[in-house]
Design a protein around this ligand. Structure first.
Ligand code: RAT
Ligand code: ZN
Length: 423
């Protein structure tokens, strides 16, 4: 264990250590089984992932409406035929389906979907969750929890709060605030209906009441962080409800409760609404807004992931300036091998071990398997290169040190970031 690493055993050691690392997946769209059918899983969900819908629509001549009118099985059949039978499925999202099937012990060479469907039909959800966590080797995943979503809300209020039912501890909450921040003209009505004394104008009373709403949900969910996905043209400071809500409500409550604020910035929402979830695009943000937040609120903690490739370098540089900023993951359109490799290398070079390298963004339980398998492979390659460079200086490494580094990079940094105080 503490034997020095040699050039000969470096690759094998790093590969094993990265494979052994129990991941904390800091951002997913998965739900604990208590939430019922909003947790997606199985073959048809895997194949109708919105990343694959976008790829399919480039080939087929049916209208978007016709697609959405089809049953889930019909949609999956169309996608399978278009992307897996009529073309070679090497795009990252297609390959992911095949990696998942293979790691579940299915024959990925069979082009017949029948046995795949049968395999999932015979599964009990609770056992299957165990199997996926085991194959993907995960410690826990962070969900995306929207208190404005009626389905989710009733589980939190009825099952968890009132009936005292427990959430599977492998699923941690994140209080997602898109609805509150982005749609304030609607969300204030909703808050009022729920008994909060708010007005559209963000006066002192409204600010207090929004803060009360946040505290109540923090108490109920015990979230790892509060989060929002913001468009690429978001600016801070800015004369807008979303900016005022951030500075007057979220930032103070985040500090007081020690629940960091996660900003996910860079989306161009609904560039093509016909595609629904698959219709969002990407734009470069002005990093000065993150700079502003981190310097104006040095005692607050910010987790940040940005969608544009063009923002990645400046985010890493900013993290060198502000210890209250923790960059995380290669988000959405960046979650492709070539970009993960480039971004991971650059982050290790600028930030050492002080970054959370990846999250899965899984929307379908089974995707945890491929997203982590693919990422682990790239992280291994990049780390081997970095350790080789280090060994070339005469530096001597041990396996225990490699394990220490990898544990931090694969999610451990989230937990130590939560514990720290920036006084
Ligand atoms: O990656 C995705 O599936 C996107 O549709 C979004 O959910 C994005 O990750 C987000 O969290 O807003
Ligand atoms: Zn997401």
């Amino acid at each position: 264990m503490t034997q020095p690493i040699t050039r000969e055993n470096l690759f094998r050691t790093v590969e094993q250590v990265v494979r052994d690392a129990k991941v904390t997946d800091v951002h997913t769209h998965l739900y604990a089984p208590i939430f019922g059918d909003i947790l997606l899983w199985g073959f048809d969900e895997l194949v109708t992932y919105h990343y694959l819908i976008a790829e399919t629509m480039r080939w087929v001549d049916i209208s978007y409406d016709e697609y959405w009118k089809m049953t889930k099985v019909e949609q999956a059949d169309l996608i399978w035929k278009t992307l897996f039978l009529d073309n070679s499925p090497y795009s990252e999202a297609c390959r992911g389906v095949l990696t998942t099937l293979q790691r579940l012990g299915l024959d990925a060479s069979s082009r017949d979907v029948g046995p795949y469907r049968e395999f999932f039909a015979g599964k009990q959800l609770e056992d299957y969750v165990d199997q996926v966590f085991d194959v993907a080797n995960l410690e826990c995943v962070v969900m995306t929890n929207d208190p404005f979503d009626p389905k989710e809300r009733s589980v939190w209020l009825e099952k968890i709060k009132k009936a005292g039912e427990k959430v599977d501890p492998r699923f941690r909450a994140a209080l997602r605030l898109d609805m509150l921040l982005i749609n304030w003209d609607q969300s204030w009505h909703q808050l009022k209906e729920w008994g909060f004394d708010v007005t559209p104008d963000l006066n002192d009373r409204t600010v207090e009441e929004v803060q009360r709403f946040l505290r109540e949900w923090i108490e109920l969910m015990n979230p790892v962080y509060m989060a929002v996905s913001l468009p690429y043209d978001f600016e801070l400071p800015e004369k807008s409800a979303r900016a005022e809500l951030i500075e007057k409500c979220i930032v103070p409550v985040s500090r007081e409760t020690n629940v960091p604020f996660a900003l996910m910035v860079g989306v161009k929402r609904q560039l093509n609404p016909g595609l629904r979830d698959a219709g969002d695009g990407v734009g470069k943000m002005n990093i000065a807004s993150i700079d502003y937040l981190c310097s104006k609120y040095p005692h607050n903690k910010f987790l940040v992931t940005l969608l544009a490739r063009e923002n990645q370098h400046e985010l890493a540089v900013l993290a060198r300036k502000f210890r209250n900023l923790m960059p995380f993951g290669c988000w959405w359109f960046l979650n492709n091998p070539s970009l993960i490799e480039e971004i991971t290398k650059m982050r290790l070079e600028l930030l050492g071990t002080s970054v959370i390298l990846q999250h899965s963004d899984a929307r379908v339980l089974d995707q945890l398997i491929y997203k982590w398998e693919h990422s682990r492979r790239i992280i291994t390659q990049v780390l081997v290169e970095k350790y080789q460079d280090l060994m070339a200086t005469g530096w001597v490494l041990t396996e225990a040190e490699i394990r220490r580094d990898v544990d931090k990079l694969m999610g451990g940094n989230l937990w130590s970031f939560l514990e720290r105080e920036f006084n």
